[in-house]
Write a protein that binds this ligand. Structure first.
Ligand code: SF4
Length: 492
């Protein structure tokens, strides 16, 4: 298990903690073997486009807390894309039974050139007071930026003083973009702050299971019900109160091994909440393993077997029909690890041919230290290898290059903006933001039907292809996708 020290204001970055990388070109099995043998090394690029910043991931896990407010301490440009979480909040609130979603409370200290000379601490203290006055938030998160880190503002001390003055938690989140090449460090930074200031010591055991997730549909309520438990979704759509009591859960499960790696380990190590000992439930084989691990952890193995048998009875025929229709179709996946791994698993279950993937980063190990949580390893084991597997650091020029060469029947994406590249090549492309949509037996059917529908309705992308202008030159499209990665093909 990796180092966890809640006494320190900042979490250790992923490159150090989990051996994470953003550059690789090979196949999935080789990547899994390198990671498990401790030989995985990152590849540097001599050319890069814009990369993700940790601040967006820290915001993702804090802005959506119902009764919180978030201050980005830095130039206003660093928070220019945070308003997108307001959309996420409104559009997904109904999935969690929130009838009257409230506008998200996002602020910036708007540091100016003068502040970088004289320091921004006073401005931050005044902003925290003002935000509390305007919003009445029960918790205020302060996200650091590169500019604030460069000038050395003591954000932690300002937050601690404000906390004493205002009587609510004021949480410093150390997530400036230049700390880490792996943007998911931002998730960990947010969780670190939440664990330090919001999660309380357990007073009793509750009747709930923590689900570390984004904003997906409420699949887990039905799945936990036969075991006599309900889900405690964290951290989007949680409250300061539900976060406080998350230490009283009987178990923690995750929607994505990458997302919840750190928080799951913190809840286990610091608060005695065990984490499920397997990867999330995508594909039949892994769904069965997941229900069995759930039953074992809850001491209800017979309930798990009953649930699995009922699901097989109810869903296997329809899954077989979809397999027949999708047999031999080729697909390319782009997304973050480990949700990208999950989509590759679903493709395997549907009998489709995953011809490649551009996944944004790879964690050599998760914070739990358990190989059983490795979704890509399970995918390779259950459905075979994935060729042309790339860890791309979200470098779109590499994705376009690979797509142009492989020309799959469908592109599956998880992040906004990525389907555009497939559509420009006339490739039917589809994006599902709800990461629970493809989970479990139900998810194989829901996702499979969407794939089928997208492939069958390709008129729009075929027309778009005729009129689209590709910004990349023929020279680039004829190079190898890893052309700008130094150090040859193999990592290690
Ligand atoms: S990388 Fe630094 S400067 Fe750029 S958005 Fe992130 S925090 Fe701001």
């Amino acid at each position: 298990m990796s180092q966890i020290n809640l006494n320190l204001p900042a979490v250790e970055i992923r490159e150090i903690r989990t051996g994470s990388i953003v550059g690789y070109d090979g196949d999935a099995k080789e990547l899994v073997d390198l990671a498990h043998s401790g030989k995985l090394r990152d590849k540097e690029r001599s050319f890069m486009q814009c990369e993700g910043c940790s601040i967006t991931k820290a915001a993702c896990m804090t802005v959506l807390i119902q009764d919180g407010a978030v201050i980005e301490h830095g130039p206003i440009g660093c928070s220019s894309c945070l308003q997108g979480y307001n959309f996420n909040y409104y559009s997904n609130a109904h999935l969690r039974g929130i009838e009257k979603p409230t506008q998200r409370k996002i602020f910036s200290t708007n540091l100016q050139e003068k502040d970088t000379v004289y320091g921004g601490a006073q401005k931050l203290a005044a902003t925290i007071r003002e935000v509390r006055k305007r919003t009445g938030a029960n918790v205020i998160f302060v996200l650091s930026t590169c500019a604030a880190a460069i000038i050395g503002d003591d954000i932690e001390s300002v937050c601690n003083e404000a906390e004493e003055e205002l009587g609510i938690p004021v949480v410093s989140i150390t997530c400036e973009g230049f700390r880490s090449k792996v943007w998911t460090t931002g998730f960990d930074a947010a969780y670190h702050g939440i664990a330090r200031k919001l999660i309380g010591k357990p007073e009793k055991k509750g009747d709930f299971i923590n689900v570390i997730n984004f904003w997906g549909s409420d699949r887990f309520r039905d799945w936990f019900a036969p075991f006599g438990y309900k889900p405690n979704y964290i951290t989007p759509f949680s409250t300061t109160n539900t976060l406080k009591h998350s230490s009283e859960a009987v178990l923690t499960v995750q929607a994505c091994s990458t997302l919840g790696s750190y928080l799951g380990a913190v809840l286990e190590k610091e608060y005695g909440v065990p984490e499920i000992e397997t990867a999330p439930p995508y594909g039949i084989a892994q769904t069965d393993r997941w229900f069995r691990a759930l039953g074992k952890a809850l001491g209800q193995e017979e309930v798990a077997e009953k649930v699995i048998a009922e699901k097989k009875e109810r869903y296997l025929d329809r899954i077989a029909e979809l397999r027949e229709k999708l047999k031999g179709k080729t697909a390319y996946v782009t997304g973050g690890a480990a949700h990208g791994h999950a989509l590759l698993t679903v493709l395997g279950e549907l009998g489709m041919n995953a011809v490649g993937a551009s996944i944004f980063h790879h964690d050599a190990v998760y914070d739990s230290g358990r190989e059983a949580n490795d979704q890509l390893a399970e995918r390779v084991e259950d459905y075979g290898n994935v060729p042309n597997y790339r860890v791309c650091g979200k470098q779109e020029y590499e994705i376009v290059n690979a797509l142009n060469k492989l020309r799959p029947d469908i592109l599956l994406a998880r992040h906004g903006g990525m389907t555009l590249w497939g559509a420009k090549f006339g490739i039917p492309s589809f994006l599902v933001g709800d990461e629970h949509y493809s989970m479990g037996y139900e998810g194989i059917i829901d996702y499979g039907e969407k794939i089928l529908e997208t492939i069958e309705n390709d008129e729009f992308v075929k027309n778009l292809q005729k009129h689209a202008i590709n910004p990349y030159t023929n020279w680039w499209l004829t190079q190898e996708p890893d052309h700008f990665q130094k150090g040859g093909k193999a990592n290690g």
